[in-house]
Design a protein around this ligand. Structure first.
Ligand code: ADP
Length: 448
């Protein structure tokens, strides 16, 4: 086992990794930008190193500074969290060249899964169904039109380097295809420095179901069942739960097996997620692999009892998984909601600022992952998530009751948050029945 790990991230996930290191008895080094100087979670690390000014390009994304911080502090491994450098295979490579273990999948697997078009080719090789698509990059308007006419509108334009819903445009007809192509390329060029796009058939009111994977460096790959992340706003997840309500068990088993096949195809190890869309007839289609730990990983931790961050660290240190597939027995229902500093009444615009009151919920069945305390200032520079609130109960109905209680207890003042809309969501009959798809918020809660 390592004796010192550096966390190349901030906020909630930095704290989550700090906690896992403590639990393992490993020393932990945090890094921070000037915008995060003095943040309370930094005190929980053994050491904290400033890596630059607020803009992430000059701090959390600055590879040489992070590697220098690891070398200076004597850290043997780096945990990248999610976002920032987590899926950057060049970073993983440079860590390994500097004799620092990258806590994540192998570089080769990251490369093969990093772009969505390449990942779809891997899925096909592993006999995993994919959404009908352009099979690679579309190079011209003409090509795009030809494809859209062949599969029929609507189609979705997606950036090969996409993430967080960026570089994605829906086209319902030829005119919106032409304008959408330009817009998606421009957005992807800015966000990912890669303007290449491809097309997919747009599925009608699908559910988003993803399978958690965990593998070691000795060829063992397991699945830890699924999470349903259908409740999204503009393709950004807001609520995640496990098990997926209304998913027939045979489909669940098939999807989990498909995800494991895909991971084995590329020699995957560490934690990862295989994302699928499920249509109204319960056909499932692979969309992408997230080759990192995800925001919503605690949902799986609650239902399976496996600490995914500790497992990532153990696997990176070369340990074998100490359990097998049949040991993974999901228990009950877990739900996570994302508490974001956003003004939902004004198109979810970011609401940074100082939190004057912070009264978090607690009690049986509640887990709160958050780096925030009263008086904390939410910087405008980074993503707006301030907490992940989770509940775990024997049944979905009980989980809903505990979630309502927890949301009611949760008092945040000084900034706007997603708490009010989450309260509404947990009182909405369609959601209570599990009748939810990726269009739920726009269709049921905010119809134009
Ligand atoms: P990103 O990596 O940007 O998050 P994903 O490929 O994971 O993009 O897709 C994000 C979300 O967009 C999905 O959860 C789903 O809601 C929607 N989506 C993606 N592909 C399709 C599709 N072919 N049809 C309908 N909705 C889709």
């Amino acid at each position: 086992m390592f004796h010192k790990i550096l966390v190349a991230n901030r906020g909630e996930i930095a704290l989550r990794v700090i906690r896992a290191c403590r639990d393992l008895g490993v020393e932990v080094v945090a890094v921070y930008s000037e915008a995060d100087r003095g943040a309370p979670y930094l005190e929980l690390a053994d050491q904290a190193i400033c890596i630059g000014p607020a803009p992430s390009a000059e701090s959390y994304l600055k590879i040489p500074r992070i590697i220098a911080a690891a070398e200076a502090s004597g850290a043997q491994a780096i945990h990248p969290g999610y976002g920032f450098l987590a899926e950057n295979s060049k970073f993983a490579e440079q860590c390994r060249e500097s004799n620092i273990e990258f806590i994540g999948p192998p570089v080769e697997a990251m490369d093969r899964l990093g772009n969505k078009d390449k990942a779809k080719a891997v899925a096909k090789a592993a006999k995993v169904p994919t959404v009908p698509g352009s099979d690679g990059i579309v190079n011209s308007e003409e090509e795009a039109k030809r494809f859209a006419n062949a599969v029929g509108y609507p189609v979705l334009i997606k950036a090969v380097a996409g993430g967080g819903g960026r570089g994605m445009r829906l086209a319902r007809d030829e005119a919106s295809l032409v304008s959408g192509l330009a817009a998606a390329k421009a957005e992807a060029e800015i966000a990912f420095k890669d303007g290449r796009v491809y097309l997919e058939k747009y599925l009608d009111r699908p559910r988003h179901v993803e399978v958690q994977l965990l593998g070691d460096q000795h060829g063992n790959v397991l699945h830890l069942f699924e999470r349903d992340c259908s409740l999204q706003r503009r393709h950004q997840k807001l609520v995640e739960e496990s098990p997926s309500p209304r998913l027939p068990d045979n489909v669940r088993q098939e999807m989990c097996a498909a995800a494991v096949r895909l991971a084995k195809e590329v020699g995957y190890f560490s934690a990862g997620t295989c994302e699928f869309l499920v249509d109204q007839k319960n056909n499932y289609y692979f969309i992408e692999v997230n080759a990192r730990i995800q925001v919503e990983h605690p949902v799986t931790e609650l239902v399976t009892g496996v600490d995914l961050i500790r497992q990532q660290i153990r696997v990176a240190a070369g340990e074998r998984l100490s359990f097998t597939q049949k040991d993974i027995v999901p228990r009950g229902c877990a739900i996570e909601v994302r508490i974001n500093a956003e003004d939902t009444a004004h198109d979810f615009r970011p609401s940074p600022g100082t939190i004057t009151t912070w009264r978090p919920p607690g009690g049986p069945g509640v887990r709160l992952d958050s780096h925030v305390v009263a008086g904390y200032r939410v910087p405008p520079t980074y993503d707006s998530m301030v907490a992940k609130l989770l509940v775990h109960q024997p049944t979905r109905a009980e989980a809903f009751a505990v979630m309502r209680r927890a949301l009611r207890e949760f008092i945040v003042e000084g900034i706007h948050t997603t708490i009010p809309i989450l309260k509404t969501i947990f009182d909405t009959p369609e959601f209570i029945k599990g009748d939810v798809d990726t269009t739920f918020i726009e269709r049921v809660l905010m119809p134009k």
